[in-house]
Design a protein around this ligand. Structure first.
Ligand code: ZN
Length: 416
């Protein structure tokens, strides 16, 4: 059986024929010559319709699936058309390629699927190609997916911020968090009013007006845009963001107190206590639980802050907004007497956003809770796995690719 026969079986296109396959001069790759079928007109890349020929360009190489340790290339001499509809001379459109990209579409889909399971670097190494080509492949697949995705009705969204570039920069992520669909809808630069407004520009006013629930944290620019664009929706400050804020405050208190003890030459009781204090007690190992109990005997600011944080967790057990509200008020009063400034800041902010927090209880049974947290964790894993992503563009593509649930381009054959 010849290579050409196999190619016709899995990668056949009307209007084109495979001529012959041969080894390259260095014998490291296989080259397959492709030419247009006699009498078939080239297709204009602007209007996607056949147009009269104009001239020919240089031969181009399109990388195809490697075979038995040989790289495989399709060689094709591009034509240009003189398209009267578009009124220009344009390069022809090829069914197996995408603009100037050097990989075939089928191979790009293959690499992109692997780039979801492995890091981009590992994908490049595993298939003996470069990081740039994996980037190209993902960009091709994500661009197709964003153009062809169906937004449909969106009942609930969650907006979240995430840090990147060693924590110096922020992204705004918007998720759809309906009970039956959870996916990343949008990635924006920064966490400003303008960046979040960009999401609403993409979905349009009609879809925005039908959103029923919006989850967010207490970040003021987000709150402002939500008031402006989703005035009819129930706005919820969700549990995950509040707990995250509290953990951050506790961590600050611990670090400060630990430094103070060290500078005064005291016993370093807070050393290596970070995770003991940040994790929920039920998630600690037995040995850690003993160390925590030990630590809690000291009269430290950190310990008092920890106990306040733990007491706060009871809030989430309430079903009724009224009782939750009562509990919240009591907790805030207690914190305001505590003389622990970072915790007092939290209490002030919780008081200020009281109604939005109580909306959590009003919506509790209608939203799959914890979903924003789950998506946020997945986003962090995507970012961690891809240390090559320093630019916004890479990160944006990687996030859409792993969390967007985007439709994929069709293929002539299931290659894998
Ligand atoms: Zn045209």
């Amino acid at each position: 059986m010849e290579l050409i026969t196999i190619l016709y079986r899995c990668h056949r296109f009307r209007g084109f024929v495979y001529q012959h396959a041969h080894f390259s001069a260095d014998r490291k790759s296989i080259e397959v010559a492709v030419r247009p079928r006699k009498g078939s007109a080239a297709v204009c890349s602007r209007c996607h319709l056949p147009a009269p020929g104009y001239d020919q360009l240089a031969e181009r190489r399109f990388e195809f699936f490697p075979l038995w340790g040989f790289l495989v290339f399709l060689l094709y001499t591009m034509r240009r058309v003189n398209c009267r509809r578009c009124g220009i001379v344009a390069v022809e459109e090829l069914p197996w390629g995408d603009g100037k990209r050097t990989l075939t579409k089928a191979y790009m889909l293959f690499l992109a699927r692997w780039a979801r399971r492995l890091s981009w670097k590992e994908t490049a190494e595993a298939f003996r190609t470069s990081w740039d080509k994996v980037f190209d492949a993902v960009e091709h697949v994500v661009t197709f997916g964003l153009e062809h995705r169906v937004l449909g009705q969106i009942d609930a969204i969650g907006v979240d911020e995430i840090q990147y570039a060693k924590g110096h920069k922020y992204l705004t992520l918007v998720y759809q968090i309906d009970l039956d669909v959870t996916r990343l809808l949008w990635v924006g630069r920064e966490r400003t009013i303008e960046s979040f407004r960009g999401f609403f520009t993409v979905i349009g006013d009609e879809l925005a007006s039908k959103i029923v629930f919006v989850c967010s944290d207490m970040w003021e620019p987000y709150l402002k845009v939500i008031r402006e664009k989703c005035s009819g929706a129930l706005h919820i400050l969700d549990r995950f963001h509040i707990v995250a804020k509290m953990n951050k405050a506790l961590d600050e208190i611990r670090a400060g107190e630990s430094r103070r003890i060290a500078s005064e030459g005291g016993v370093p009781v807070l050393k290596k206590s970070r995770w003991l204090l940040l994790k929920r007690e039920e998630n600690l190992k037995t040995e850690q639980r003993f160390r925590l109990r030990d630590l809690l005997r000291y009269n430290l600011k950190t310990v008092r802050a920890y106990l306040l944080k733990e007491a706060f967790q009871q809030l989430w057990d309430y079903n009724s907004p009224a009782w939750a509200g009562k509990f919240l008020d009591g907790w805030c009063r207690q914190v305001m007497r505590s003389r622990i400034e970072p915790m007092k800041n939290i209490a002030r902010s919780l008081r200020q956003h009281r109604e939005l927090i109580l909306n959590y209880f009003r919506a509790q049974k209608l939203l799959s809770s914890g979903v924003v947290e789950g998506l946020n964790n997945k986003a962090k894993v995507t970012m961690r796995r891809s240390y090559g992503f320093r630019t916004f563009r890479c990160l944006e593509l990687a996030l859409y690719h792993s969390l967007g649930k985007l439709p994929e381009p069709e293929s002539t054959h299931e290659f894998f």
